[in-house]
Design a protein around this ligand. Structure first.
Ligand SMILES: Cc1cc2nc3c(=O)[nH]c(=O)nc-3n(C[C@H](O)[C@H](O)[C@H](O)COP(=O)(O)OP(=O)(O)OC[C@H]3O[C@@H](n4cnc5c(N)ncnc54)[C@H](O)[C@@H]3O)c2cc1C
Length: 438
C-alpha cells in the first residue's frame, strides 16, 4: 500500500468536532487526514449563531490573535415570550460581557468553519474537501482500519478513525453503533434565514452602540405556534440570523411546512419591524439531534470513535452544540494520541474517550437534561398555556383597571385556572423539574 494512503488517524467531517480532533492530533505530531464532503469546511453547515470561546480556547489557546471571523460579541441575551399579539422580554445585559474575549460571539458557520479548517492545516493536518466518505473499512476481526471515499482508488487507512459526520450519522449507523432512521420525536428541524441590513439600522433597532455589542435572543410561544420548539434572533455585523425549530414530529402531526412557520414568525408584530427593509442573504434548514444521553450511539469500538452531533451531543436547553462538539473532538483526539503511544487501538483502550467525556461538562449536562425531550413531547401544551398566561398577566399587571389591586391579582390567578387546572399546573411543574434534572 502506498504511504500516501496510510495515516495515523482519519477524521470524517469538517465541522467543529472533526476540526477540533484534527487540530489536537496534528499538534501532537500524528499524521492526520480529514475528509469533508462540502466544497470547503463550513460550506454545508448551518447553525443558529452563537459560538462559545471557552471551548475554542481549549482547542486553540490564544485564538484571538488568529483573527477568528466572529460577528459580534454577545453583550445582551435572554428570552422573549411571544403570545399572538404581545411579548414579554427577559433580557440580561452586563458590562462584564464586554471583556475581551467575550464568552460568546455570534457567527456564521461558512466563515467560522473555514477559518477553523485553516487552523487545522496550520497545525499540520491534511484537510481534503469535496470528498465524501462512503464506507468504513474493517478487517476480518471487525476492527475499523480505514475509510472508503468517493474518489477513484479512494480507500485510505489508519489504525484509528474519528466519525464527526454530524446529525446524519450514516457511517455510525453502518457500523451498528447507532440505530437507523432517527424517529421524528428525537430530532428537531430548524429553518434559518440570514437577513442583510445596514450596520447602523441593526444597532438602532436592537439598542446597540457599535460592533462591540451584540444581542442573542431565544423566543418561545407563538414563534412556534405555541408548540414545543424555539426560535432565535441573533445580531451579526450587517445581518440578522433568524430561525425557528421544532421536533420533526410536530411538523408532521400538525401538517406544518417549515418555511411557512418561519414566514409566520417573521410576520409577528414584535419581529416584523426588526427585519423591515432587510434583504434575504441565505436560507437553509438543518436537523438537530435530540436523542439525549439515554439514546446516544455507542461512542467507540475497535479503531473508531464517534463525536459531536453524530453522537447527539447537543444541549438544546442552553443552545449549546458547537462547544460540546469541540470538546468531544478534543477528548477523542486525546484518546487517539494515547492509543498511538500504547499501540493499542482496541475498544477497551478507546474507552478512555468516554471516560473523559463523562468527567467533563459534556456528559454531565447531557445527563442532567436527559429527560428534556420527553418533557416537551409529553407536555405539548406547555408553551402555549404558560407563555400566553404570562403575556396576559403582564397586560393586567401593567395597566390601571379601576379595580383594587387585590382583585386584579385574583383575576390573574383565575386566568391561569381557566387555562389549566390546579392539578394540571402542579403536574407540569413536576414534569418540568424532572426534565431539567432537578
Ligand atoms: C438551526 C441550528 C441552530 C443551532 N444553534 C447553535 C448555537 O447557536 N450555538 C451552538 O453552539 N450550537 C448550535 N447548534 C448546534 C451545532 O450547530 C452543532 O451541535 C454542531 O455543528 C455539531 O458539530 P459537528 O462537528 O458534530 O457536526 P457538523 O457541524 O454537522 O459537521 C459535520 C460535518 O461533516 C461533514 N460530513 C458529513 N458526512 C460526511 C461524509 N460521509 N464524508 C465527509 N464529510 C461528511 C458535513 O458536511 C459537515 O461539515 C445549532 C444547530 C442548528 C441546526
Amino acid at each position: 500500500m502506498p504511504d500516501t494512503l496510510k495515516f495515523d488517524a482519519i477524521v470524517v467531517g469538517g465541522g467543529p468536532s472533526g476540526l477540533a480532533s484534527a487540530i489536537i492530533m496534528a499538534r501532537a505530531g500524528l499524521k492526520v487526514v480529514l475528509f469533508e464532503r462540502g466544497r470547503f469546511a463550513g460550506s454545508k453547515n448551518l447553525f443558529g449563531g452563537v459560538l462559545y470561546t471557552s471551548a475554542i480556547q481549549e482547542i486553540l489557546p490564544g485564538f484571538m490573535a488568529k483573527n477568528p471571523p466572529f460577528e459580534r460579541p454577545v453583550t445582551e441575551q435572554g428570552y422573549w415570550l411571544l403570545s399572538p399579539d404581545s411579548v414579554v422580554r427577559m433580557m440580561h445585559r452586563s458590562e462584564q460581557y464586554k471583556v475581551e474575549p467575550a464568552a460568546a460571539y455570534t457567527g456564521l458557520r461558512a466563515r467560522f468553519d473555514e477559518w477553523f479548517a485553516r487552523q487545522a492545516v496550520a497545525e499540520g493536518a491534511l484537510v481534503i474537501a469535496k470528498t465524501a466518505v462512503i464506507d468504513v473499512l474493517r478487517d476480518n476481526r471487525d476492527r475499523v482500519i480505514g475509510v472508503r471515499t468517493d474518489r477513484p482508488d479512494g480507500d485510505v487507512y489508519a489504525p484509528v478513525t474519528i466519525l464527526s459526520e454530524g446529525v446524519n450519522n450514516l457511517l455510525t449507523q453502518k457500523l451498528g453503533l447507532a440505530q437507523g432512521d432517527l424517529p421524528p420525536r428525537l430530532v428537531a428541524l430548524s429553518v434559518k434565514e440570514v437577513i442583510g441590513l445596514p450596520q447602523a439600522t441593526i444597532e438602532q433597532r436592537f439598542g446597540l452602540t457599535g460592533l462591540k455589542e451584540g444581542v442573542a435572543i431565544d423566543l418561545f410561544g407563538d414563534a412556534t405556534l405555541g408548540l414545543p420548539g424555539t426560535a432565535f434572533l441573533y445580531s451579526n455585523k450587517t445581518s440578522i440570523s433568524i430561525g425557528v425549530g421544532m421536533l420533526l414530529e410536530m411538523f408532521v402531526e400538525h401538517r406544518l411546512r417549515p418555511h411557512e412557520v418561519l414566514a409566520r414568525f417573521k410576520a409577528h408584530p414584535a419581529i416584523r419591524p426588526l427585519l423591515a427593509g432587510g434583504e434575504s442573504l441565505e436560507y437553509g434548514a438543518h436537523l438537530i439531534p435530540e436523542f439525549g444521553y439515554d439514546r446516544m450511539p455507542k461512542l467507540y469500538a475497535d479503531g473508531v470513535m464517534v463525536a459531536g452531533d453524530a453522537a447527539g451531543m447537543v444541549d438544546a436547553m442552553h443552545r449549546e452544540g458547537t462547544n460540546l462538539a469541540m470538546m468531544a473532538g478534543k477528548f477523542a483526539a486525546e484518546a487517539a494520541i494515547e492509543a498511538h503511544s500504547s499501540k493499542d487501538f482496541s475498544a477497551r483502550h478507546l474507552q478512555a474517550y468516554r471516560d473523559k467525556l463523562e468527567a467533563s461538562f459534556v456528559m454531565k449536562d447531557l445527563k442532567q437534561y436527559r429527560r428534556m425531550t420527553d418533557f416537551l413531547d409529553g407536555t405539548p401544551h406547555f408553551m402555549k398555556t404558560y407563555v400566553d398566561f404570562v403575556n396576559d398577566a403582564a397586560m393586567r399587571y401593567f395597566n390601571a383597571h379601576d379595580m383594587p389591586k387585590r382583585d386584579m391579582e385574583k383575576d390573574i390567578v383565575r386566568s391561569l385556572g381557566k387555562r389549566r387546572s390546579f392539578l394540571g399546573v402542579a403536574q407540569d411543574v413536576m414534569r418540568l423539574m424532572r426534565g431539567m434534572g432537578l
